[in-house]
Design a binder for this molecule. Structure first.
Ligand SMILES: N[C@@H](CCC(=O)N[C@@H](CS)C(=O)NCC(=O)O)C(=O)O
Length: 202
């Protein structure tokens, strides 16, 4: 397998973590999608990372599709519960974490536009998504070691990647003071090899 991505993308990090957790191998091809020389659109018409080329030569993209694909490959650690209803809960939580991340990315990109072209109401709308999303995830994390069940799932992977990406790209955004259960979750996740080996590099 070949994983096309960048070292800073939280969505790519999800897949790198899943590979490590499952003990699966993929060659990593660093191809930041914002660079003019990028080949990412050759793999994903949407021009986004992550994308994956399977050993059979098929090309897949979107972190959630890639996690589902890796789940089909087996490996030591399942990231979705066997029960379909439980798996739906995990997918919903992971989608919520990704949505918070999408809103954070939107704020970062808006911040790169000239100051007089930035739209405060639109930034506030994204902040609302982040705050409501974190509140819901905090509620879910409270009193639990993992967001769902008794072992790591795709929900923890997505939430950890999102929160640690907020620290990386929006360091002045203080999510920690209001969300102690998420702080504790990220502390536990950061101690795993899969997280410590995939810390974003600018
Ligand atoms: N829903 C997608 C989001 C992927 C995404 O937005 N990736 C960013 C990197 S952090 C990207 O490639 N952006 C380039 C672009 O939007 O053109 C996933 O989960 O894979």
């Amino acid at each position: 397998m070949k994983l096309i991505g960048s070292y800073t993308s939280p969505y790519v990090r999800k897949v790198r973590i899943a590979l490590i957790e499952k003990g699966l191998e993929a060659e990593f091809i660093n191809d930041p999608p914002w660079e003019l020389s990028t080949h990412v659109p050759d793999f994903n018409p949407l021009g986004k990372v992550p994308a994956l080329v399977t050993d059979a030569g098929d090309v897949l993209f979107d972190s959630n599709i890639l996690l589902e694909y890796l789940e089909l490959q087996g490996g030591a650690v399942p990231l979705f519960p066997a029960d379909k209803r439980d798996a739906l809960v995990v997918r919903q939580l992971a989608t919520l974490a990704d949505g918070v991340c999408d809103a954070g990315v939107a704020i970062v990109l808006e911040g790169r536009r000239p100051a007089d072209k930035q739209v405060p109401d639109w930034i506030a709308r994204q902040q609302g998504k982040i705050e409501r999303g974190l509140t819901a995830l905090e509620r879910q994390a409270t009193g639990r070691e993992f967001l769902f069940g008794n072992s790591l799932t795709a929900a923890d992977v997505a939430t950890g990647c999102m929160l640690l990406w907020l620290d990386f790209r929006l360091p002045t955004f203080d999510w920690r003071s209001k969300h102690p259960a998420l702080v504790a979750l990220t502390t536990r996740l950061s101690a795993r090899d899969s997280f410590s080996q995939t810390i974003p590099k600018a």
